[in-house]
Design a protein around this ligand. Structure first.
Ligand code: SAH
Length: 342
């Protein structure tokens, strides 16, 4: 077992079982955040404890397998973990700072028909340290500050809630990275029970919800999760989240040509969201060969946006970052596996 596979609470318990004081866990956590490669480097721990730990468990880092940098400054990383599984992480540069898109699972079980991460299903959940590791490796590799974290990489964060919440608390801890919850956004395909829990446990963090369709019938066709958690439950849960936290919810809406991009679709979307403290992020679909769907032109996306704005719903068209480097969810890992580059 790798020592880092344990959550911080479990590490404290394991150390207590060895007769160690609670502050030892904090010391080790600081070393993890500082990028230590092994117990031997942890020079403020007694040598006997370092040896004991090294005898009982491993301490291995993740590795950057691949880093592709786009002309627009976006860098996409493929990171491998000690068991050989791989996750994607994307570094993006905006006027207001740098943002990192972190994966929460290897693969995904949600089955959204337009998304590359779901092809092949979920391989496994990522551990809290493996999410932190994506941050540590990308920060070291780019040498740039990372001001925002978005949980919008591979996987459904609410399908791995315990490790994701441990990660959020870890990255927030001022003794390590010290990232404010306000600078963290979690994106979900709409697992309703966790929306309320997230509002209670992380009221300062931002929530994004992948909507992609404004009617139940159309949403079910592209997002199987809609059958379990229909719009009639999802939208009230979102309204409640916005009211309970006072924060603005983001709705992601991938524009798919001929599927959800007409004026009628726009009208339905506007009436669904009317009166909510929200913002719509329109994403021209990043086509994935297997889905058979095609994208809309930037002009069409801007017309849809204008029409939505006219109906009183704030929205933006997402900048297309990294189109030349397989930057859509799950594409880099999928393509790398297919080409056996690894
Ligand atoms: N599972 C979470 C987070 C992962 S993906 C969720 O569903 O929200 C982040 C966003 O990218 C989601 O809105 C997802 O629906 C969207 N997405 C996935 N594949 C896409 C594609 N090919 N083109 C455009 N957006 C895509």
């Amino acid at each position: 077992m790798d020592f880092k596979d344990l959550t911080r609470k479990e590490r404290s318990e394991a150390l207590a079982a060895l007769g160690e004081k609670p502050f030892r866990e904090k010391q080790i956590f600081r070393w993890i955040c500082a990028g230590a490669e092994n117990f031997g480097e942890m020079t403020d721990l007694p040598a006997a404890l370092r040896e004991k730990l090294a005898e009982r468990c491993s301490f291995e880092r993740g590795k950057v397998e691949l880093c592709q940098t786009s002309q627009d400054g976006t860098s996409k990383f493929l990171i491998s973990f000690p068991d050989g599984e791989k996750a994607e992480t994307v570094f993006m540069s905006y006027e207001y700072g740098n943002s990192l898109c972190v994966s929460t699972q290897v693969g995904c079980n949600m089955g959204c028909v337009f998304c590359a991460s779901g092809i092949g299903g979920k391989v496994r959940d990522l551990k809290a340290w493996e999410m932190l590791e994506q941050y540590l490796l990308c920060a070291a590799h780019t040498g740039k500050p990372i001001n925002h974290i978005v949980l919008m990489g591979m996987g459904e964060p609410f399908d791995n809630y315990s490790q994701v919440s441990a990660f959020l608390n870890d990255i927030h801890d001022p003794k390590g990275v010290g990232l404010s919850f306000r600078n963290i956004t979690l994106s979900t395909c709409g697992l309703v029970p966790y929306i309320q829990r997230f509002a209670e446990e992380f009221p300062q963090a931002n929530l994004a919800v992948s909507l992609h369709a404004a009617t139940q019938e159309e949403r079910e066709k592209i997002m199987p999760v809609a059958k379990a958690y229909p719009l009639s439950e999802l939208i009230p849960a979102c309204r409640q989240h916005a009211e309970a936290t006072g924060r603005r919810i983001t709705f992601e809406y991938a524009l798919i040509r001929g599927k959800n991009d007409s004026q009628q679709h726009c009208d339905k979307l506007a009436s669904l969201l009317r009166g909510m403290n929200c913002h719509v992020n329109l994403i021209p679909l990043n086509p994935v060969a297997e889905s058979g769907f095609s994208t809309v032109s930037r002009d069409a996306a801007h017309r849809f946006a204008q029409s939505l704005e006219n109906a009183g719903i704030p929205c933006t068209v997402r900048r297309q970052l990294g189109a030349d480097i397989d930057a859509a969810c799950g594409q880099l890992r999928k393509n790398a596996l297919a080409q056996k580059r690894l």
